[in-house]
Design a binder for this molecule. Structure first.
Ligand SMILES: [Zn+2]
Length: 277
């Protein structure tokens, strides 16, 4: 893969896509401060990201975590001098799950012979976001304003998107996924489509045609609409099966086939749908 580097998607708006998990971080530069979207998987990743931010700007950096999954926020420890924003639900989630997430990744890294990364993750201090929002919140960066958007439950119960209205860009976090299926483990499968459509319709996002997913290639509005349509179909099919009474994982998985989603994704979604019923 090519060298990891910031790519400008609009004036003063950058995306840095990382080899690990195809994770995207975002940077929006104003006149007074810059906003960094997500911080990667562990302290050393965050340190490297902080150095990369300094290649673009010397301004004060404010951080937002789109959600509480480790790959988006365990790098926070490299930004402890920054204001770190997140949805209030992200902090609840981190308090409950951070150590469990850590155990799981460490086990995965060891199982795939990446002991060095396992050690890094073990040594990483979890730094909680402390500027907490529950609804759409504008942030003035000086000369330009961004908006933190909460459209409802979808990929998690606390996904924040970041809209840059003057550039027509939205950082969607894992509400939008390119190159891989939407991640269902903590999702609200039947609510995801309405949430995505609500996000598309928000005043500050309604004109945006550059959508940066949490992972994968930058996409346009049509891609997001298609993903919403696919999730809506999945939701309808699940609702139908669930209303029949005899629903189990297998029945839900087979109802979801044909939408271009992998069986493992359908299985995770089915388990969630049954848990949430
Ligand atoms: Zn992610």
């Amino acid at each position: 893969m090519a060298e990891v580097t910031w790519r400008s998607v609009a004036p003063g708006v950058y995306v840095r896509r990382h080899e690990e998990l195809n994770l995207n971080c975002g940077l929006v530069v104003g006149e007074d401060r810059a906003l960094l979207v997500d911080t990667r998987s562990y302290h050393q990743h965050g340190v490297e990201l902080a150095a990369a931010v300094r290649e673009i700007t010397d301004l004060e950096v404010t951080v937002v975590n789109t959600h509480a999954h480790y790959d988006h926020c365990f790098g926070n420890s490299a930004f402890r001098d920054s204001q770190i924003y997140a949805h209030v639900g992200a902090v609840d989630d981190l308090r409950r799950t951070a150590e469990h997430q850590r155990e799981q990744i460490v086990a995965h890294m060891r199982a795939t012979h990446r002991e060095g990364i396992a050690e890094e993750i073990l040594a990483t201090e979890i730094v909680l976001p402390f500027y907490l929002v529950e609804q759409d919140t504008p942030l003035d960066l000086g000369g330009r304003s961004v908006e933190l958007l909460f459209a409802g439950r979808g990929h998690t119960d606390h996904d924040l998107a970041v809209s840059v209205p003057d550039a027509g860009v939205v950082f969607a976090g894992d509400l939008v996924e390119e190159g891989a299926d939407p991640m269902m483990e903590d999702a609200f499968p039947q609510e995801w489509a309405p949430t995505l459509r609500a996000l598309l319709a928000k005043g500050s996002a309604e004109q945006a045609d550059v959508w940066v997913p949490g992972h994968g290639a930058v996409v346009d509005r049509g891609f997001v609409e298609d993903q919403a349509a696919r999730l809506a179909q999945l939701g309808e099919r699940f609702d139908e099966v669930l209303s029949g009474g005899l629903a189990g994982v297998d029945a839900l998985v087979s109802a979801g086939r044909g939408l271009g989603l992998e069986d493992q994704t359908l299985r995770d979604a089915a388990v969630r749908a049954l848990e949430l019923r």
